[in-house]
Design a protein around this ligand. Structure first.
Ligand code: NDP
Length: 397
């Protein structure tokens, strides 16, 4: 018996819904709820299973969430709305006795800043309620932490250097578009960079540090150092790590557009007064940019995301690279969505599957690397995200 309520009906949620539907032996009852019920109904229509229930909910409102959870009585809530809603959904889960899973850590609307402290503060309350909360179970964060946990379990006595490398070598044939929610994406990329070295966090200017890295089946791509949320939990959970960094590829065209967007003030998140109306420029920009959910049809190429790790095994220095490549067209054929939604939605479903199978179940608030990576790694291979390993190769970093 696996009764699940998924909140959100965007690109990631659509992929997770397809995968939940395909694993009906685990997920016996399924409801999709979002700000606009019609978006949930569209997903059900695309899947073609009328047994999936839908509902309208404003996930910023704890009382509405509680009413929905009390009515539907899910065992677990999968939060695939936006990072702004993490705390309200966690509050409602505590009030209604529901387990919780998400793919992105909490971010306040009025400050482009993310860190785990807000959600980790719920640990004791989830423990006392006997409820499991699984944080950051997409690809990065998510699979990046599971890859690290798998490396630590099987291939290293000590991890010393961790580089998470995220390449999207796809072409959607638009002048400028983001691959997931534009507002969240632009807030993330325009922040200062941050990495961990010898017990300190080192801040950089946005996109200041970059290198050319070679990705399997893709080739060389310029890769930029960004702050990314999983670094915070990974350096805490693996204290032998001396250096931890996150790299993401961007093309020249993308960076030029981003620079213009910033220079003309369209990336601002503070409201402005426009003809007597309050408008947040970045939210207005989101409304005119291509919808990431509609990029799939003409998207060519693939993503490649992995962990490059240096450390010690049996007294010898060792390098290890574990990665997945995902083709946008294959993701589109299966789910109607592009590869970035696919690589996030599939792990969210697998995390929930781990919970329902009793493999990832412990009261408290946890990051993915706090659980056994082995059954999750097996499912990645079965559910459309196969991974590969390189031992002793040149990490380029
Ligand atoms: P979308 O913007 O496509 O989808 C978000 C969905 O949440 C939309 O259906 C939206 O409703 C709904 N929503 C927004 N606000 C509310 C609200 N107040 N109440 C109820 N529903 C609401 O985003 P994505 O699908 O691209 O991303 C989903 C999540 O996944 C985000 O948190 C994102 O940060 C995360 N992510 C994680 C990644 C990882 O690897 N870990 C990678 C990519 C994304 P409406 O349709 O009406 O706007």
């Amino acid at each position: 018996m696996g009764k699940v309520l998924m909140i959100g009906a965007g690109g990631v949620a659509t992929v997770a819904a397809f995968k939940i539907n395909k694993n009906a032996d685990v997920f016996t009852d399924f409801m999709i709820a979002s700000r606009r019920k019609e978006k949930c109904d569209e997903i059900v229509k695309a899947i073609g299973n009328p047994n999936i229930k839908t509902a309208q909910v404003d996930a910023d409102d704890v009382e509405q969430l509680k009413a929905l959870m009390r009515d539907y009585k899910p065992e677990m809530v999968i939060n695939l709305a936006l990072p702004y809603q993490d705390l309200t959904i966690m509050e409602a889960c505590l009030a209604c006795g529901c387990h919780y899973l998400d793919t992105a850590n909490y971010e306040p609307r009025d400050e482009a800043h993310f860190e785990y402290s807000w959600q980790w503060a719920y640990k004791q309350r989830f423990e006392e309620a006997g409820l499991t909360a699984i944080l950051g179970c997409g690809f990065d964060p998510g699979v990046s932490g599971i890859f690290t946990a798998y490396a630590a379990k099987h291939h290293f006595d000590e991890i010393h250097e961790l580089d998470i490398v995220d390449c999207n070598a796809g072409d959607h044939h638009k002048a400028f578009a983001t691959n997931f929610n534009p507002e969240i994406n632009i807030r993330e990329i325009t922040q200062k960079g941050l990495y961990y070295k010898d017990g300190q966090w080192i801040e950089t200017e946005p996109l200041e540090i970059h290198r050319t890295l070679t990705y399997p089946n893709i080739g060389p791509r310029e890769s930029y150092l960004l702050h990314h949320e999983e670094l915070e939990s990974l350096v805490k959970n693996y204290p032998t790590i001396r250096q931890a960094r996150f790299w993401m590829t961007f093309g020249e065209e993308y960076l030029t557009h981003l620079r213009v967007i910033q220079n003309i003030g369209m990336a601002r998140i503070a409201p402005i007064d426009y003809n007597g109306q309050k408008i947040v420029p970045l939210q207005f920009l989101k409304a005119v940019l291509p919808n990431p959910q509609e990029l799939g049809e003409n998207y060519e190429g693939e993503t490649s995301i992995g962990c490059r790790i240096r450390g010690v095994k049996n007294g010898k220095e060792q390098t290890y690279y574990v990665y997945n490549n995902c083709k946008h067209q294959e993701a589109y054929k299966e789910t109607g969505m592009q590869g970035v939604s696919y690589t996030t939605g599939v792990p969210a479903m697998i995390g929930a599957m781990m919970f329902f199978k009793g493999l990832w179940r412990k009261p408290g608030v946890w990051n993915v690397e706090d659980f056994d990576p082995d059954p999750f790694m097996k499912e990645l291979n079965k559910q459309g995200l196969p991974w590969h390993e390189v031992f002793g190769g040149d990490l380029e970093l």
